[in-house]
Design a binder for this molecule. Structure first.
Ligand code: ZN
Length: 189
């Protein structure tokens, strides 16, 4: 068990498509150890999600833990700690929504990203059981951000208006609702 280094923009591994896990791998101690490392790394970095490629493991695994009572994101729904193995995403509502996103693999930047407003994710849990989660609003954006990592896609690729790509300092100065509120800075993973 360990906090693992998060790789950053420019590392070619972030641009690879991660491979599915086999049933044998899903039940292996190796996967439990990987997931434990991902959760510890997510907590250490204060993220609300992490995808395996961000710690240089090119497999279809992501974790999300989004506190319902988060002061940082009030009224945005939540998701208890969930491990997504071999996830498949379906758009339920193509209506666009925009949220400011940040990424542990794209340090010190924030960007306004348009995405579909509702999605369904079907996946396996750590027991190999099929699961599904439906989400809308900010949680739908979080899920799309994490699952994009498994396809080698980063939030900057989804941006259309690059004038909204900002350093955190400039984001706070020009775009945040409350420039004195450090917790207003969104950071997904
Ligand atoms: Zn990210």
């Amino acid at each position: 068990m360990a906090v693992r280094p998060v790789i950053e923009l420019g590392n070619p591994l972030l641009r690879e498509v991660a491979r599915d896990l086999t049933a044998d791998e899903i039940s292996s101690p190796w996967l439990r150890e990987l997931v434990t490392d991902m959760i510890e790394t997510m907590h250490a970095e204060d993220g609300i999600g992490l995808a395996a490629p961000q710690i240089a493991e090119l497999v279809q695994v992501a974790v999300i833990e989004f506190d319902v009572d988060s002061e940082r994101y009030p009224d945005m729904g939540g998701l208890p700690l969930t491990v997504f193995i071999n996830p498949r995403i379906t758009v339920l509502d193509e209506t666009e929504q925009e949220f400011w996103e940040g990424c542990l693999s794209v340090p010190n930047l924030r960007g306004l990203v348009p995405r579909p407003r509702a999605v369904r994710v079907e996946f396996m849990d750590l027991l190999g059981e099929p699961m599904r989660v439906e989400a809308d609003g900010f949680l739908a954006t979080v899920m799309q951000h994490e699952l994009d990592h498994l396809q080698g896609v980063l939030f900057v690729d989804r941006m259309r208006d690059m004038t909204k790509l900002s350093t955190i300092e400039q984001y706070m100065q020009h775009w945040a609702d409350d420039e004195d509120d450090e917790d207003a800075v969104p950071a997904l993973d």
